[in-house]
Design a protein around this ligand. Structure first.
Ligand code: ATP
Length: 252
């Protein structure tokens, strides 16, 4: 890989604008957002309710169209792709983890992990799969069905499923929203491990300052704009920043 390629961001948006509705009911969900998601880093997206977090994540992940502006995943400009190409890119280059684990109840943990690759007719590198399973502490759970696993274990299976195809980037939408704090901490530790030990790139939307403190960088959104970036965040620093949103609209 050339130096330039190694330094290329995993995802990037330039002038990303997205609005819903028209006339009096028009809402600008994203207002000319410029952002780069660095490779091999864990980025959290935070901000008050309605600030545009989900819209940003959906546009970056090719789940929603940018109204205007451009979005890249690696070197690919999403706005240049048709629906079929976009579907393929999502399948091959993006991993998703949702708040509700979205596992198939009739399949074992291992079958859930390999399902997307099986459907795509792609082979998962067995050494990589083994590493993912070990990193996520799932070695002795692979034959269990979701109903035989705790919430935290189910979410770890979902993280392993996202990692299995070695995607360019993983998007996690409130991944600990349905977990108690102990299970949440475990899942966050494994997401952190997937960045540190496996070199993955993770972007996570969260409302929880403790969850955000696992990230390398927190992007704060307000009114559809990125208003602050906080590197090496502590939960206290994130909470202090979030509290500044209460009752006042940020001016920056
Ligand atoms: N499909 C839609 N139709 C109309 N308005 C929408 C739609 N999706 C989002 N919006 C509006 O766009 C703005 C940003 O919404 P978004 O869901 O991205 O915010 P969020 O920060 O993720 O909020 P939350 O923390 O409550 O999930 C909000 O004002 C929301 O009401």
């Amino acid at each position: 890989m050339s130096t330039a390629a190694a330094a290329a961001p995993a995802a990037r948006a330039v002038g990303l604008t997205k609005s819903y509705g028209t006339g009096d009911t028009r809402v600008v969900a994203l207002d000319a957002v410029d952002v780069e998601i660095e490779q091999g880093r864990f980025t959290a997206i935070m901000g008050p309710s309605g600030s545009g977090k989900s819209t940003l994540m959906h546009c970056l992940a090719g789940l929603d169209n940018a109204g205007s502006g451009q979005v890249w995943i690696g070197g690919t400009d999403l706005t240049s792709l048709n629906d079929k190409q976009l579907t393929r890119l999502r399948r091959d280059q993006i991993g998703f983890v949702f708040q509700s684990f979205n596992l198939l109840p009739t399949l074992t943990a291992e079958e859930n992990i390999t399902l997307p690759a099986d459907i795509a007719g792609r082979r998962i590198d067995p050494d990589w799969l083994k590493q993912v399973v070990v990193t996520l502490g799932l070695g002795d759970r692979l034959r269990h069905r979701p109903s035989e696993l705790s919430g935290g274990q189910q979410q770890r299976v979902a993280v392993a499923r996202a990692l299995a195809s070695r995607p360019q980037i993983i998007f996690a939408d409130e991944p600990t929203g349905n977990l108690d704090s102990r299970a949440g901490a475990e899942v966050l530790g494994f997401l952190r491990g997937s960045v540190d030990d496996l070199g993955q790139t993770v972007v996570m939307v969260t409302h929880d300052p403790v969850a955000a403190s696992y990230a390398d960088l927190v992007l704060f959104l307000a009114d559809g704009r990125i208003v602050e970036r906080l590197a090496d965040p502590t939960a206290d620093a994130v909470l202090a920043r979030m509290n500044r949103f209460d009752g006042t609209r940020p001016t920056d």
